[in-house]
Design a protein around this ligand. Structure first.
Ligand code: ADP
Ligand code: MG
Length: 676
């Protein structure tokens, strides 16, 4: 049978099994052979009965000494018992109600038994062990992730059958690469990952399969990137970022200046810039992008700035409109809720070149948005967009320069994978005069006092947030939770103050009105759901209360807290939670103890596991079956080098020996990216 044959044709798979396998993502023989065991059961370390520790899973080798005897202990309960020996010690093997297992044991034959030994004094017994006839080999047996109705042993059997019927194992890794990196062939690797012949071979097999997976991933991503590296039509020989600084009410930090000049250097070249700007919340990424947008306009090209939410797009629009007030830079705003007539006008002005900067949401990547000469595409909070969505914005120009911005800190090796080889600028310094936000974790008993503290700040002319969580993940309850809290507070504790309400289900125009009123300082206190999480910037807001803090993720809390502490005033964040569960309070304590985004992301990963943090949902990357982005850093570096070397020699992977490799890359990226 061929690798890609349907699993239905495998012996032992009927309709029902096929459906169960489908639940595990297994449709073809190949899927089954690359369904890797989670762990292994060690049948290779054999202990003698007398040395084996009690009550731990052990493997012993013993000869069956007696025929199996049957004891009816009570109604419906029969015990089957036989005696075995390893030559020194006797051991009782017992099964309950399992005649079938008991009768399989033949007197005089030697078996391996895996199970726990119990007993007192000289009497030892093993209850319901797994056993296998001893054939002289030492074994590790695979343990697979299971689904209801299909246990690990059943999967093991199917994998064995698959090996016996698969006649061709075509290796996607060409021979020269295998030789260069000392990697075993695909057949040996697959065989040893399922049925390791030794620990060494198992680790070699793992290394080979991890290499392959990361190598394919790197090749696909590099191809994607090389598409970006065709020469750009937007060369910007004049560095005009120096004169931009006079438009700002503040002095840029050293880190901001460094990032701006790195990018301006890139933009002088005829290959497009492809840069990631990473900086913790509040580090001033917007000003960096503004400098580059200014530079772009002064060199005669248009820019686009894309944000993940309407609220954030509107805020950027306001900020930049003010910044560029006294320049000849015309700005347009384009979001889903922009009125149709307005949209039409903006699009026409973009096409004619009348507008030199457009700010917007996903609306920017609609088909009918056209530019006269897009020279710079900026994506804010880029982790909210998929790989392909980022690409679509740049496809609106002729290989324009791109800048993506993110506050989500990730380790260097991961950045390599996730962003291909984007160049990296880091804002590792906060604007002058910032004070560390104080964070407290309190129980609900203290809520009144917390509110009182908020009130005190409002009386001093400051503003604040009260953030409430979703009770359940549905629209109706989000609305009620926020609305009720708002009503309670506006008519109760904060009567006489100007209180606003913001939640995700409001109409865009309503949201805008609320945000405008809060930005202008008219609204003193904003009751909100997590819609304020990304990007919102109102420096006069210095106090935040987060209700039911235990319901938020660590990084999310960090983002939320990032809404305050944006001015020179001291800010305070009060998290309210009654959760006394260990993990939860540990999480919240981390947040209270540091404001360093890198540290927090790290802890978050440790507590949560990489899971969907780096999963396909956030980055549009294919899911990995065996490699682990967190722990396989060394392999990531190795495959990165291997992939770039190969593509340098053979960018399109032409030639007979690369056909399988090319197909494998395409298969991995079958969602979107193609090598052809
Ligand atoms: P983020 O990196 O989270 O996107 P913003 O760009 O929104 O941060 O900037 C946060 C706040 O800091 C804004 O109010 C901005 O005007 C201000 N800011 C940015 N750079 C500086 C600076 N160099 N000095 C003082 N304030 C600054
Ligand atoms: Mg921002």
């Amino acid at each position: 049978m061929e690798f890609n044959a349907s699993i239905k044709y495998l012996k032992g798979v009927g309709e029902k099994r096929a459906a169960m396998l489908a639940k595990l993502g297994i449709f073809t023989l190949w899927d089954l052979l690359t369904f890797y065991p989670r762990i292994y059961e060690d049948w290779s370390k054999i202990s003698s009965i007398s040395d084996a520790p009690m009550n731990e899973t052990v493997c012993i080798k013993a000869i069956v000494g007696t025929r199996c005897r049957e004891h009816k202990i009570r109604k419906g309960m029969t015990l089957y018992k036989t005696e075995v020996t390893d030559g020194e010690t006797l051991l009782d093997i017992t099964f309950f109600n399992n005649k079938y297992a008991a009768e399989k044991l033949e007197q005089g034959k030697e078996y391996l038994f895996l199970g726990k030994i119990t007993g007192k004094g000289y009497y030892k017994s093993m209850v319901s062990p797994e056993f296998e006839e001893y054939d002289g080999s030492k074994k590790m047996r695979p343990i697979y992730p299971q689904t209801a109705g299909l246990n690990s042993r059943a999967i093991e059997k199917l994998v064995k059958t698959a090996f016996s019927v698969c006649d061709s194992f075509s290796d996607p890794l060409p021979e020269d690469i295998r030789n260069n990196y000392c990697l075993m062939g695909i057949k040996q690797a697959l065989h040893n990952i399922h049925f390791p012949e030794s620990e060494d071979l198992l680790s070699e097999a793992r290394r080979r399969l991890i290499f392959e997976e990361l190598f394919l991933l790197e090749l696909g991503l590099m191809r994607l990137k090389s598409k970006n590296r065709r020469s750009t039509a937007a060369e910007m020989p004049n560095d005009c970022t120096g004169e931009f600084m006079s438009l700002l009410p503040f002095e840029l930090t050293k880190a901001q200046k460094r990032a701006i000049s790195q990018a301006a250097e890139d933009m002088k070249k005829n290959v497009p810039m492809n840069r990631l700007l990473q900086g913790d919340v509040g580090s001033g990424k917007t000003a960096v992008s503004a400098a580059l947008i200014y530079n772009c306009a002064k060199n005669g090209f248009q820019s686009a700035l894309m944000a993940p939410t309407e609220v954030l797009a509107a805020q950027h629009y306001n900020t930049l409109a003010k910044m560029f007030e006294n320049t000849d830079i015309n700005i347009g705003l384009l979001t889903g809720s922009t009125p149709t007539a307005e949209k039409k006008k903006t699009k026409a002005a973009l096409k004619s070149g009348e507008i030199s900067l457009v700010i917007g949401t996903h609306a920017l990547i609609q088909k009918d948005v056209e530019f006269k000469n897009l020279g710079l595409a900026v994506t804010d909070e880029q982790h909210r967009f998929g790989v392909n969505q980022r690409g679509s914005l740049s496809s609106k120009g002729i290989n324009p320069h791109t800048l993506v911005m993110s506050a989500t800190p990730i380790p260097r090796t991961l950045a390599l994978i996730i962003y291909g080889d984007l160049d990296l600028s880091i804002l590792d310094e906060m604007p002058k005069g910032r004070q560390k936000t104080e964070t407290y974790l309190v129980s609900t008993e203290i809520r009144e006092r917390a509110y009182g503290y908020v009130k005190k700040h409002l009386c001093e002319g400051r503003q604040g947030y009260i953030v409430c969580s979703l009770v359940a993940e549905n629209e109706a309850s989000e609305l009620t939770a926020a609305t009720e809290l708002y009503k309670d507070l506006a008519d109760g504790f904060f009567k006489g103050f100007s209180v606003g309400l913001l939640h995700g289900k409001m109409k865009p125009a309503e949201k805008k009105a609320v945000m405008d009123s809060f930005s202008s300082g008219e609204t003193q206190l904003l009751v909100s759901t997590t819609v304020i999480e990304v990007g919102i910037d109102v420096p006069n807001a210095v106090i935040m209360v987060i209700e039911n803090a235990e319901r938020f993720g660590l990084s999310q809390l960090h983002q939320l807290r990032g809404r305050i502490g944006r001015g020179t005033e001291k800010s305070t964040c009060i998290m309210i939670s009654d959760a006394r569960n260990d993990v939860t309070s540990q999480r919240l304590k981390i947040l209270a103890s540091t404001t360093d985004g890198f540290k927090i992301a790290d802890e978050d990963l440790k507590l949560r596991g990489p899971g969907d943090f780096f999963g396909s949902r956030q980055h549009g990357l294919p899911e990995l079956k065996i490699a682990d982005m967190m722990t396989d850093g060394e392999a990531i570096r190795e495959t990165h080098a291997a992939a770039s070397e190969l593509l340098k020699k053979n960018p399109a992977l032409t030639g007979e020996e690369y056909v399988l490799l090319r197909n494998a890359v395409n298969r991995l990226f079958s969602g979107g990216i193609s090598m052809n």
